[in-house]
Write a protein that binds this ligand. Structure first.
Ligand code: NIG
Ligand code: FE
Length: 413
């Protein structure tokens, strides 16, 4: 199976030598080849270059991409797409003036989603979740992380992780699973948070590790949820089982969780809508990727992650959706890029770097996806005819995708 794309107007994010991620000023550079060819063999990128150097050989299929561009698929490193039902009514409550916090305190929020999920069968949950996975694949996502955290009982958390495992087995897209048992304190443990943490750490975590159900561990470090000390406990427990941290931190308050994340060698620290100077300082020259979730800021009307300040300080940044029923009922990476450019003043080149190679790094997938590099998976976006890649975030609320490919195979609509 050898596939040739010819006459590509611009081949985007071409990295001859694989890199882990880009930071600071490097984020402004997006390497491309104009008037290019790309060859895919057995699902992998096998060659590319200028059209004038295109090999003649025999191809099982040739696609003429004249006027169109090719990019590596979006790498969405933070989602919660396994959930039951939705929280439409809270959306209306917020329109009528309640805050996210007030809704959660009135029995809505994460606990509301957990109640629904606990009553949903594994098969039903799988079916609801695969619809979302197929939806984001059509929107150009070619690698995704999915979290648990809407179960909040041992059985329901395991049910979520098993659904993620089934998605991994049944879809040709790299999926990473994250255990987020410490997403909220269940009512049964309202006055015994340490009891809940003990349960997660001593009972549930060893089971998850034994069944190999998670790649990462997560915790919601926030007032009214889990403290910096709790975060430290969860991250240390994860390390016992080789689960690196990817944490929810600094969404509403800067409590010092970023530092704890870095100290525990978290792979990523996510949200970061509220950033102290110290938070930026501790991230410098580390291997922890900051991840911004602009669709969440958009939907909740909270501040946007100060991307300009962070990138101008030399930090890397990844962009992800946070697709979930409460704060971000959207898995559209195209909208994320547009919002990052419009509201966070990232350039199109920075946004594309953040949504591809840096997103891949935030899932430990930088050797498999995230750039046009020989040997990487041919998970690709073929655009509609466009003049420049800046048109992708410019046309906000829309997308410029004509076709998507996973392992070199076109995904049928
Ligand atoms: O990443 N902030 C914590 N968790 C999710 C939202 C949870 C919910 O409201 O269901 C987030 O935004
Ligand atoms: Fe999240």
């Amino acid at each position: 199976m050898k596939l040739l794309f010819k006459n590509i107007k611009e081949l985007i994010q071409v990295r001859d030598k694989n890199i882990a991620f880009v930071s600071g000023k490097e984020m402004k550079t997006l390497p491309t080849i104009k008037n290019a060819f790309l060859i895919v063999e057995n699902g992998l990128i096998c060659d590319y270059g200028l059209m004038k150097d295109c090999p003649k050989g025999h191809f099982s299929e040739t696609i003429d991409a004249a006027g169109k561009m090719i990019l590596p698929s979006w790498c969405d490193s933070h989602t919660h797409i396994v959930y039951a039902g939705n929280r439409e009514s809270e959306f209306v409550d917020r329109i009528n003036g309640l805050t996210y916090e007030e809704i959660a305190n009135n029995g809505g929020g994460i606990l509301n989603s957990a109640k629904k999920l606990q009553k949903t069968s594994e098969d039903d949950l799988y079916q609801q979740s695969e619809v979302r996975l197929e939806e984001i694949i059509q929107l150009g996502t070619g690698a995704v992380e999915i979290k648990s955290g809407y179960g909040l009982t041992e059985n329901a958390e395991l049910k979520m992780l098993r659904v993620i495992k089934r998605l991994k087995e049944n879809y040709p897209i790299p999926i990473k699973a994250t255990f987020l048992g410490a997403h909220a304190i269940p009512n049964e443990f309202k006055n015994d948070k340490n009891g809940y943490l003990d349960l997660l750490i001593k009972k549930t975590l060893p089971k998850i590790a034994k069944e190999n159900l998670a790649d990462f561990i997560d915790v919601f470090c926030e007032k009214g949820y889990f403290s910096v000390d709790d975060t430290n406990r969860i991250l240390e427990a994860g390390q016992q089982f080789d689960l690196q941290g990817k944490i929810h931190v600094n969404q509403f308050n800067a409590l010092g969780g970023v530092k704890i994340g870095v100290e525990n060698k978290a792979l990523s620290v996510d949200h970061l809508e509220v950033m102290d100077t110290d938070d930026i300082e501790v991230l410098k020259n580390t291997k922890t990727m900051p991840v911004a979730l602009p669709s969440c800021s958009y939907f909740l009307g909270i501040p946007y992650t100060p991307a300009r300040k962070m990138i101008d300080s030399g930090l890397p940044l990844a962009l992800a959706t946070d697709y979930n029923p409460g704060s971000t009922p959207s898995g559209n990476m195209n909208f994320v890029l547009a919002t990052a450019c419009i509201k966070m003043k990232m350039t199109p080149a920075e946004a594309i770097n953040a949504a591809t190679i840096n997103g891949a790094y935030a899932m430990n997938l930088e050797n498999e996806v995230g750039s046009i590099t020989k040997g990487k998976l041919a998970n690709l976006i073929l655009t509609k005819p466009i003049n420049s890649y800046g048109f992708i975030p410019y046309s906000f609320g829309n997308h410029q995708i004509e076709k998507v490919f996973l392992k070199g195979k076109e995904v049928q609509k």
